[in-house]
Design a protein around this ligand. Structure first.
Ligand code: J2J
Length: 539
């Protein structure tokens, strides 16, 4: 098994400890502490009203830890977790932490292709699902996963397990529980947005991740009276850690798991649970702002609406206060590390016009041209970063590591930003070819590969097009071979490839050729840019 690691140079690790960022905390350690400090305070509430106290959450985590280990899993083994916004998400992943097992976070939208990739790349030994979520039966998917990846020896199911193992069958057994893991060890693998090809795996350590959500909770002013609602799928880094469910648990707040971000479901929960803070991607923020003036639900408890994952346009940002009556916080982050926030007491213009500034004084931010030279202050350039919670490399991916990191360990974010005189970042665009579809990052290359597998596709290039609601939508330019297929046929074909539904192209445009000869040999990236520009010009 390829060992998991995340290595900062000694002198930086020393500095991050000296400055108090890395405090030697671990997930099991802080969860145990909270359970001892306020055992009877509610930690998490589900959409159906199920509530567990901090004491109950930790005791469920310990039971689950023993259950996983009793199946024969060994500390260090990887476990793919595909659960939606239900309280069991927390009892399962906290159980894995207590057992020293390593969760690999998949989204509920992922299907066979993605799960097999995560399982193989992480060398996973088990897979945790819910019986159903969003009208999909995950046991059907699990059967295909097990057939494709024999190393997955156990499937654990929240709900009716059929031939698999029911989470509810796990029994407490303190004798099985190992000592807490080392704070500098990798706690879990997060999934990257995947700008080239399939998603990469992001190893995050206890030390670095706990720092990021502890500091985030402080920036967002979370305390025992706060109620944080996860409206986005909780496996995303944003609702998990910015400050997310873990920042909320760290601060002793209450977490609400919202099963759908639709205004109907979310507004009802905000009223019922007196939610004080939640985070959304821009398209959902637009929906909520549209629905709020007409709703009969009482949203007055909501103090902070965070918006991030994709650019929130200033005109939309200016409407938040009037329609939802709360403070806006812009969040520009990435699962690889660096997170920027507008601060709650920032001047209004900074809150609506910028994507915030880094969490840490020791987040190093470089803005450089394509040759790697710093651009003049205030000019747009490529954002490079390193710091106390930004990874130094992906798991098991030397190719991606040489592309995505500089020799001195800066992560190439792929984002084009400029910096204001006050040190705030404004996202201008990006240098990489992915589609940011309502916050879900889709790799152009990955979709092109799927389309090329169709017998009537000679070539395909996938680009992003502006969309008033989604921000960006995906458009595939396809050169047919033989008889031209229907667009609907290609979309249906994409679904047979067993990928997340958000990867099916929103639009398909058939062309007879890519006019590459006129410009000589051009790169894939230039081709995509040209197709996009020509198409938008013709419209
Ligand atoms: C423009 N682009 C943004 C923003 C992210 C907090 C918040 C978001 C994420 C996230 C996260 C943006 N304006 N406000 O992990 O902890 C785009 C950038 C970035 C990429 C990262 C968090 N906020 N983006 O979105 O790993 O292109 O993380 O590099 O999914 O989203 O995507 P992801």
């Amino acid at each position: 098994m390829i060992p998991l690691q995340q290595v900062w140079p000694d002198e930086l690790a020393r500095l991050y400890r000296e400055r108090g960022y890395w405090r030697g905390e671990t997930f099991p350690g802080f969860l145990r502490e909270r359970a001892a400090e306020h055992p009877d305070r509610v930690a998490v509430t589900g959409g159906d009203g199920t509530s567990w106290t901090y004491g109950e959450l930790f005791s469920k985590a310990e039971t689950n830890a023993a259950g996983f280990l009793a199946l024969g899993l060994q500390p260090g083994d990887r476990v793919v977790v595909q659960l939606g916004n239900i309280p069991e998400f927390l009892s399962v992943v906290c159980g894995l932490f207590v057992a020293g097992l390593i969760p690999v976070y998949a989204l509920p939208a992922h299907r066979l292709t993605e799960i097999v990739h995560f399982a193989q790349k992480s060398e996973a030994a088990a897979y945790v699902i819910a019986e159903r979520y969003d009208n999909f039966d995950y046991r059907t998917l699990a059967r295909e996963v097990v057939a494709a990846v024999p190393a997955i020896k156990n499937v654990i199911v929240v709900g009716e397990a059929e031939e698999f193992v029911a989470l509810s069958s796990f029994k407490a057994n303190a004798a099985l529980l190992p000592a807490d893991p080392s704070p500098s060890s990798v706690a879990f693998l997060q999934i990257s947005g995947g700008s080239t090809g399939l998603s990469k795996l992001i190893p995050r350590t206890h030390d670095d991740y706990i720092y990021s959500f502890r500091a985030s909770a402080e920036i967002c002013g979370l305390d025992a009276d706060s109620v944080y609602m996860s409206a986005l799928p909780v496996a995303h880094n944003f609702p998990m850690s910015s400050p997310g469910v873990f920042g909320a648990l760290y601060a002793g707040s209450r977490v609400v798991m919202c099963p759908s971000p639709s205004p109907e479901t979310a507004f009802a929960l905000i009223e019922r649970e007196k939610v004080t803070i939640t985070g959304l991607v821009p398209p959902l923020a637009l929906l909520w702002m549209q629905a709020a003036p007409k709703t009969s639900y009482d949203l007055s408890s909501l103090q902070i609406l965070q918006v991030g994952g994709a650019k929130f346009m200033p005109e939309a940002a200016r409407r938040v206060k009037g329609s939802l009556g709360c403070t806006l916080q812009q969040v520009f982050g990435m699962a690889e590390g660096l997170v920027n926030y507008t601060r709650l007491d920032d001047p209004y213009e900074i809150i609506v016009e910028t994507q915030g500034r880094p969490i840490s004084a020791d987040d190093e931010v470089l803005i450089v041209d394509d040759q790697g030279n710093p651009v003049p202050e205030g000019e747009p350039g490529n954002l490079l970063t390193r710091g106390p919670y930004t990874i130094r490399g992906y798991h098991n991916d030397p190719g991606a590591n040489s592309r995505s990191f500089t020799e001195d360990g800066f992560y190439r974010t792929g984002d084009v930003v400029k910096r204001t005189p006050e040190g705030y970042l404004v996202v201008q665009g990006r240098a990489t070819d992915h589609i940011n579809r309502a916050g879900e990052k889709i790799s152009a290359e990955e979709i092109e590969d799927h389309l090329l597998a169709h017998p009537s596709v000679f070539d395909a290039a996938v680009v992003s097009l502006p969309d008033p609601f989604l921000g960006e939508k995906s458009c595939a330019f396809v050169i047919p071979q033989g008889e031209q297929p229907k667009a609907s046929e290609l979309k249906a074909f994409m679904r047979t490839r067993k990928v997340a539904d958000f990867k099916v192209p929103d639009q398909i445009v058939f062309v007879s050729e890519f006019q590459t000869t006129a410009v000589g040999k051009i790169s894939r990236k230039e081709l995509r840019a040209k197709l996009r520009a020509d198409f938008l010009e013709k419209k």
